[in-house]
Design a protein around this ligand. Structure first.
Ligand code: ACO
Length: 431
């Protein structure tokens, strides 16, 4: 707690309110406005641009400096030296695991990767061409009907059990939503594989042939998982916290996060980027699309550009750009026309005054879509993979929220701008 105070003075009445200032360990200080509503005043912040909705120990972002830390560790170090399950452990428990803790965690996850066999029935209820995110919202939500002994958020043991089941089973559900789309049999998880290898196996293996995941592609996918694992109070994590604040079922809360992530302004951006590149089609048409992106009368935006928090550089984008080169090299796809179009678009947009002025840089999803496409993952699965990775962050944020002594149901207020009181007038019922 800082010793500073902020004094608000109303210019009309001269009324004054003192508010304390709170300091975190890093990042901007916050004015503690909690006492305002009892004094008949609200803060107004649509889209929460200036609102710290909670105190959190998990992830730190400095958008101007391009910094992202999970539990204090820079994302670059984790992406280079760690793997996704270590990162998931770090996010959940606050420390990197020792080798014994890691082995125990991997084993626990391995014992939970299968879903209840009756859950396969849910998949068969969907239209075959259902979007994988539509299936995931439904099937992850349906876990609430199967794992009722992991449902009480106020019991720490049940919380851990729900978190473990989600981390272990969401990849199976994501891969099965793809298998259902293409009409192939569901592949059961294989515990001899790493987390990302197992996901590739469930996506691409069939019962007819042996499948050995390519280690370079598995490593690249693992990196995508690490980079997407958490991002402090983004729209979907805030959704999970708000849903969970009422004590709701954890699986239903994660389904709510998946629903939010689906939008093209959030996790849907990687899929939207690929669609946009396909729509542009050729480098000769880039100018036309840049012009559209700048036109206020046109709703078109350059997908994969811009970020609410990062205004100079998205540190995840730099790592993903490098991974993109590695994967395309490995697969001999350096001359891939869509990749070259993406590089040309990146170059032109970075030199354009509009994009420079508004601090619009490629974000992580500009490159992650290209990497996943090169691996043979269809566009419709991109956001599902983001959801799989973000599950690690969602469960960590949800656990922190429920266990916090400051936990209360989330209940924002509003600035009412509708009609003032008026009286009911009966309509003429003769017509
Ligand atoms: N193309 C063209 N113009 C843009 C773009 C873009 N991609 N992004 C922002 N702008 C413009 C806006 O029109 C606005 O212009 P104005 O000041 O003249 O009104 C200005 O830049 C600021 O943009 P806002 O939308 O107000 O910024 P906000 O922080 O609310 O939105 C967002 C950030 C949603 C990411 C936005 O940049 C966007 O829509 N980008 C494209 C979608 C995308 O890639 N999303 C992925 C985000 S990363 C993630 O979720 C992992």
């Amino acid at each position: 707690m800082s010793t500073q105070k902020v004094k608000i003075t109303f210019s009309g009445s001269g009324r004054q309110i003192d508010l304390p200032v709170i300091e975190g360990t890093l990042g901007p200080e916050a004015i503690d406005t909690r006492s305002l509503s009892s004094q008949g005043v609200l803060t107004y912040d649509p889209g929460f641009l200036s609102t710290a909705s909670c105190a959190s120990n998990i992830t730190f972002i400095d958008g101007d400096a391009g910094l992202l830390y999970y539990r204090g560790y820079p994302i670059e170090q984790l992406a280079e030296h760690s793997d996704f399950l270590e990162v998931a452990y770090l996010l959940s428990f606050g420390e990197l695991p020792t080798s014994e803790q890691k082995a125990a965690f991997v084993e626990k996850i391995g014992h939970q990767t299968m879903v209840h066999d009756q859950m396969a029935n849910f998949f068969h209820g969907f239209r075959r061409d259902a979007h994988p995110m539509a299936v995931m919202v439904g099937v992850v939500g349906a876990m609430s009907a199967f794992y009722r002994h992991s449902a009480d958020p106020f019991d720490p043991a049940q919380r851990e059990s729900a978190a473990l089941r989600l981390l272990a089973k969401v990849p199976t559900i994501a891969a099965w939503s793809y298998k259902y789309n293409i009409g192939e049999p569901f592949m059961y998880p294989q515990n001899r594989f790493s987390y990302s290898e197992n996901f590739l196996h469930m996506m691409f293996a069939t019962p007819c042939e042996d499948y050995q995941p390519n280690p370079i592609l598995a490593r690249a996918l693992d990196r995508i998982f690490i980079l997407h694992a958490d991002h402090e109070q983004n729209a979907s994590s805030s959704t999970v916290r708000v849903a969970g604040s009422s004590g709701a079922n954890p699986f239903a809360c994660i389904a709510a996060g998946i629903a939010c992530l689906w939008g093209p302004l959030h996790g849907g951006a990687n899929e939207a980027t690929l669609k946009m590149l396909e729509q542009i089609g050729d480098a000769s048409r880039i100018g036309e699309f840049i012009k559209r992106a700048k036109d206020k009368a046109d709703s078109f935006r350059l997908m994969g550009f811009g970020h609410r928090v990062y205004k100079n550089m998205d540190p995840r984008a730099a790592i993903m750009r490098q991974t993109c080169h590695e994967v395309l090299n490995e697969l001999g796809l350096n001359d891939d026309p869509l990749f070259n179009l993406a590089l040309e678009l990146e170059k032109i947009a970075l030199e354009d005054e509009y994009f420079i002025d508004k601090k619009l840089y490629p974000n992580v999803d500009f490159y992650s879509g290209i990497v996943m496409r090169a691996m043979g993952i269809p566009n419709s699965m991109f956001t599902a993979i983001f959801a799989l990775a973000r599950t690690a962050g969602w469960v960590a944020q949800w656990k922190e929220m429920i266990a916090s002594p400051e936990h209360r149901i989330a209940r924002p207020r509003q600035l009412y701008t509708g009609a003032t009181r008026r009286d009911f007038v009966t309509i003429d019922r003769r017509h």
